[in-house]
Design a protein around this ligand. Sequence first.
Ligand code: T4K
Length: 384
Amino acid sequence: MIEIEERFTPVEHKRAEPIYVTRPDLPSLEEFIPYLREIWNTKVLTNGGPFHQQLEQKLCEYLGVKHIALFTNGTIGLVTALQALRISGEVITTPYSFVATAHSLLWNGIKPVFVDIDPDTLNLDPRRIEAAITPQTTAIMPVHCYGHPCDVERIEAIADNYGLKVIYDAAHAFGVKCHCGSVLNHGDLSVLSFHATKVFTTFEGGAIICPDEKIRQRINHLKNFGFVDEVTVVAPGINGKMSEFNAALGLLQLKGVDQALAKRRAIDERYRAGLKHVRGIRCLQSSGEIHSNYSYFPILVQPDYPRNRDALYQKFRDDDIHVRRYFHPLISDFPMYRGLPSAAHNNLPVARRISEQVLCLPIYPGLRRDQVDRIVDVLQGKPT
Ligand code: T4K
């Protein structure tokens, strides 16, 4: 069984370094040197080199997906996924996400239509999707928020009925499995992020999971300026290619990812045990996944907790514990979205309430047991 890191005595921890919401889990530099040497020897730095190809293959095996196209980051992956399926008009999406979800729509000249979230899963509420469909709707872009799977079956049924595409923003869902295997196999396309803050990182990076080779080919053209060969350009593509440096790092990261997930799981369990009897603090439950990635640990600060969310956030800050309000403000409150009819306050009551209650606690493989306990102490109202 994997234990949580334990390195110092409790007394030393009190005046220890700041605690961040996340820290990357890096392999040793020594292990990375041979990969760098290989890059220096071959002088292949980018454009689908050997490490890029190896990482695509290894990720397909690890994730249980058939086809993958690596990207320079998740946002360019989202923008390209929309291009690949020629999505236009209106797309139904969630206001409760990182802003890149909706930005990818605006970058394609698409109008986001915000639909409220489910109060338990915090994902797009499938019961509200149909009412938001108009003749201009061409797709749905749900987010597996915090790595908890959306109600993929109901979303698929709606999409099939109305002839809509589904592109999942799966930035948080690396390695998540539901009863039918990888959650990434649902929808027309799924987009991952490998940013520094994610459970699996290539510093910056991302990927599109594709159902077949044909669409992967199209995506590969789009991420390489639209080039099919030296003289043929089939689309106004972008430069979304992952470099050999990032791909090499990914190969190394992949070796340690299971252990990293196990450490996250142990932290998740310790938080849940410590917070079980804290009145006014609600922890999120799983939403049908049989294999979680423990990428975030959100809590909801309820009205019967002695402090409101922002006062609690400040208390953590004062203690040098950098919890985060993912996701506050709602995307629909940012200036480029707030004028949309679907951004209206009365359209998104659940998302609004959750965004005022949520705090994401630190969770990452290097977080020590005493640090978890210190965070729990703050929540239990013990002197710190
Ligand atoms: N869709 C969704 C649902 C997403 O959550 C995201 C990204 C995307 C799409 C877009 O994918 P990418 O294009 O990024 O691949 C962070 C990340 O920048 C962002 O990638 C992520 N979502 C979002 C949820 O969180 P910030 O502004 O909170 O990051 P930052 O820099 O404040 O980092 C948080 C903490 O992480 C720091 O306090 C310390 C630690 N950290 C961070 C970095 C960057 C490190 O220890 N080392 C680092 O290099 O947005």
